[in-house]
Design a protein around this ligand. Structure first.
Ligand SMILES: [Fe+2]
Length: 183
């Protein structure tokens, strides 16, 4: 389940409260069950996955992709797997820690591990959202945000795309004001 932290340390744990806080930025959240049984469940427990193993995990959750394809026109999906063993992990993460936006929606479904999305709300307030397995998040195009991993430095997440180019980060130059974050 997601947990939202405000800059003053206040925590929001109820989905309705979190949605109310993020709705001015157009960010939407849903909760979708992750498959934890059988081959897919066993693969999700592994630290790293081969190409065919990623495809098996994606196929196991394909009904969500089909729903998004029909409702929002998403054309493709892939599975991103990050861990301390990922080559170039620090460089990758530093690119996403800087406040940026995309020209397309950033859509993620967390299957394993966890991560943190930060948002610059329209009134300038900065907040952070912890996302965990089962959390589906849509960050709309042009919404300022950042991303980092937690101390475990592990995540498996499905990315859904309407195009392959729209998710390149566009840095806005907005400085971080959230406590403990700098870039
Ligand atoms: Fe992003």
């Amino acid at each position: 389940m997601p947990i939202l932290e405000k800059a003053n340390g206040e925590l929001l744990t109820e989905m309705d409260d979190i949605s109310d806080c993020l709705s001015p930025a157009g960010v939407s959240l849903e909760s979708w069950p992750v498959i934890r049984s059988g081959e897919v469940g066993a693969l999700l427990a592994l630290p790293g996955l081969s190409g065919p193993e990623k495809e098996a995990v994606l196929s196991g959750h394909e009904r969500y992709f089909e729903r998004l394809r029909d409702s929002h026109g998403y054309q493709s999906r892939d599975l991103v797997v990050l861990s301390p063993e990922t080559p170039g992990l620090d460089d990758l993460l530093s690119a996403f820690l800087r406040i940026h936006l995309h020209e397309d929606d950033e859509v993620r479904y967390i299957l394993d591990g966890e991560g943190v999305f930060g948002f610059v709300l329209p009134d300038g307030e900065q907040v952070e959202l912890l996302v965990q397995p089962g959390d589906f998040i849509r960050v709309p195009r042009n919404a300022e945000h950042w991303f980092h991993l937690t101390n475990s430095r592990r995540i498996k997440a499905v990315r859904y795309f309407t195009s392959t180019a729209g998710w390149v980060p566009v840095y806005t130059g907005t400085p971080h004001t959230f406590p403990g974050i700098s870039s």
